[in-house]
Design a protein around this ligand. Sequence first.
Ligand SMILES: [Zn+2]
Length: 491
Amino acid sequence: MNVPSFTEASPLTRRQFLKSSGLAVVAGTLAPPKAVAQSTDGRVWVAISLVTLAVARAYPAESEWKVGLANVRITPEKPVPMAGYASRTKPFEKVEQDIYAKALALEDRQGNRAVLLTTDLIGISRAVAELVCQRIQDKTKLVRSQILLSSSHTHSAPMLSLEERTEAGVAPEDARNIVAFTHSLQDKLVDMAVQALSRLEPARLSWGSGVAHLAMNRREFTPKGVILGVNPRGLVDRSVPVLRVDSADGKLRAVLFDYACHNTTLTQTNFSLCGDYAGFAQAYIQERFPGAQAMFMIGCGGDANPYPRGTMENARELGATLGREVGRILDAPLKPVIGPLNCVFDHASVPLQQFSRVELVKMTNGPSWQTGNAKAMLARLDRGEKLASVYDVPVAVWQFGSDLTLVGLSGEVVVDYVPLIEQAIGPLQLWIAAYCNDVFGYFPSARVLKEGGYECRGLYTTEGFFAPTAQDVLVAKVRELAQRSGRKLAE
Ligand SMILES: [Zn+2]
């Protein structure tokens, strides 16, 4: 049976319709099927209304969705080195705040399922993520597109690696502990996802967005080029999208929120394990709304740092600022999110710049953001291997009916992609997350590549620098997937 679709364009809200029908009042709006909307034949409308009534009875408002939640503490048993600052190779010295992985499993009325995993971690590479996703698929019959793995990019959480790597100054024992931690993390992520999917209960989803002022564009222009600093006139995305999950009886069960800014309030002098501002924001929300699971995703904050930064007090305050804004959004009426859920996933084959050996040698004496990758590329040539010409960048789009599009980009995406994607697929009912599925390095825009600076350093899980045409390839893939997922696009 065809279930009529619900859109916001309808003159008759579903609430009004169901109220006049004596049914439970629910959020959302009802649109008659197109052919009927254009018909002047009242009998057709009545007939279709009766079908709708039957559907509404079969699917009461409370069962629009089923949601399952799970979380697991992932604080390492043994201290391991923290990721994010190359100069810091020693293990953490204390635990300021436990770190967590959290899962939100969804099932729509048609039985389409998906699971979103968030983590208080620097970023999960393809090597680590794909093994996790494969194991979840094996255990749950989900397909790859129905799994979204994200990380907060906290720079106060453990390094991750499946190989014992000591070349960056990490002691052999610490390198072993990093691998052991990564394996145990993978096990925990798989178990947590399976657990969340086994706990599906009737739920309602709604969403809204606010604003928080803690992101600062960090690309500071100086006579010597762009440095990692403070650029108050630079673009940042200060939006705070929030997805609210309520139980069938209206109890707040989970909050997914997003902010587009590095979790780098704490700097390389910090040796305390911590989720940074995002960790404190999640803790703030869970304290204010007892029993609710707060989950954080990071947006296109590749070129944004928190402001001010440098101390644990800064991290706490910024977390509270963000948490308060999420609380304010939750206190206001939110827009209902109705299914179906359509998840799509693909890779964009993104071009890498091609350099001769002579050019690479020259680059090893270039700006600091260039030297590491140039040396690694030369080393690959010395081993008689070819340099890659493309990198396959994962892109995910989750389409929630006609209410919300969640774009899950991967890598450290710079803020320029917010307006670029808004232009490509429209700015409304849009949530853009980054650092999903494969955190392989920075993903700069053509503008950023032209200007130079740290965000141009390229891939760090393998070698290569993205080409200026990378921008068009990624945006085209997002548009293609948005269309495939069912988002309505302008011509
Ligand atoms: Zn980063």
